[in-house]
Design a protein around this ligand. Structure first.
Ligand code: DP6
Length: 321
């Protein structure tokens, strides 16, 4: 009746932004991401018939806010008649700051809950369940470079390249703000879909961007991947900027980090940026250039902290109990 799983967050290089079905949480577009190694969420789920309600602790402190979304995920994995559960989450990076903590949380929760419920599920089934909780969570089930495809049935995840097969990337996360974000991505996506004049172009162009990124990964072509990832990221943010109300996640330090990346690129460093629904800048770089990227981003005015990660593996059970 207990399962413990670990999952790493992922960073999208070709972004998921927008839903085709809100009730089923199906994305409007496919996406490609890299799963990180050093950042993680560990989830322990214990079904216990003595409990009257589900309980949640995050880093040992009780948390009521996240609980309904986690309980709904447990209902989908274990059925609505399940025993109530004790959920304990440990996360070694800031939550709700644009670092995809929901991805690692729901990937780990899905794997832990399936084990605790005695269900042996395929990756496709786990992806569907994790994706209903949070679209990006389905990608954290797998390691390395991961594609999430839209299919007639729903979604499918696949590894494009294992972490060890192209250990190109070190991700340097420049933290420019540690508070929670103003508008969560779930809500922001819907505002974009309903109000942004650029939204339909975004959806139409996504499969071409996915093709380009897939080719770049297959050919191990860092420059090509850099160009398409930056373009796709800036396109996603321009949708938000043109929404009503406008949603601008960047701050002045975010912009200064982009300038730092541009300066490094001008000096032939293998690095590119991507930014999600938060002010942090993720610099993806060649391992041999990581040390310099860290130094330059750390010295960028307004950067509060730096985290460095290589590419990691997918969600997995920690211990069979
Ligand atoms: C900007 O997966 O958090 O990080 O499905 O509503 O939970 P929900 O959204 P979520 O959105 C992630 C958005 C993004 C881009 C990405 O990770 O692809």
């Amino acid at each position: 009746m207990q399962g413990t799983a670990i999952a790493q967050p992922n960073i999208a290089l070709i972004k998921y932004w927008g839903k085709r079905d809100v009730a089923l949480n199906l994305p409007a577009v496919g996406s490609i991401s890299i799963t990180l190694r050093e950042l993680h969420t560990r989830m322990q789920v214990t079904f216990d018939d003595a409990l009257e309600t589900d309980t949640l602790t995050v880093n040992d402190a009780p948390d009521e806010k996240m609980l309904p979304r986690l309980s709904a995920c447990l209902d989908r994995v274990a059925g609505p008649d399940r025993h109530r559960a004790r959920i304990a989450s440990q996360c070694n990076f800031p939550i709700a700051a644009g670092l995809a903590s929901s991805a690692s949380s729901f990937a780990a929760l899905t794997v832990a809950a399936a084990h605790a419920a005695g269900r042996s599920l395929t990756t496709a089934e786990l992806a569907s369940l994790a994706g209903q909780a949070s679209g990006s969570a389905a990608r954290s089930l797998l390691g390395g470079f991961v594609e999430l495809a839209n299919t007639d049935e729903g979604i499918a995840v696949d590894t494009l390249c294992e972490a060890d097969d192209w250990p190109l990337a070190v991700v340097v996360v420049a933290i420019t703000e540690t508070g929670p974000k103003a508008v969560g991505s779930t809500e922001a996506m819907e505002i974009s879909r309903k109000t942004s004049p650029f939204y339909s172009n975004w959806v139409e162009q996504q499969s071409a961007d996915l093709d380009t990124a897939r080719e770049a990964i297959q050919d191990r072509d860092f420059d090509k991947l850099a160009r398409i990832a930056e373009h796709n990221c800036l396109k996603m943010h321009s949708i938000m900027w043109a929404s009503r109300p406008p949603m601008v996640y960047w701050n002045a330090a975010t912009m200064r980090c982009l300038e730092t990346v541009r300066t490094l690129q001008a000096h032939d460093f293998g690095v590119f940026f991507t930014i999600d629904a938060g002010p942090q800048v993720k610099a993806v770089c060649l391992p041999e250039h990581a040390a310099e990227v860290v130094v330059r981003l750390r010295a960028t005015d307004g950067v509060a902290d730096i985290m460095v990660s290589g590419l990691g593996q997918g969600a997995r059970l920690e211990a069979a109990t």
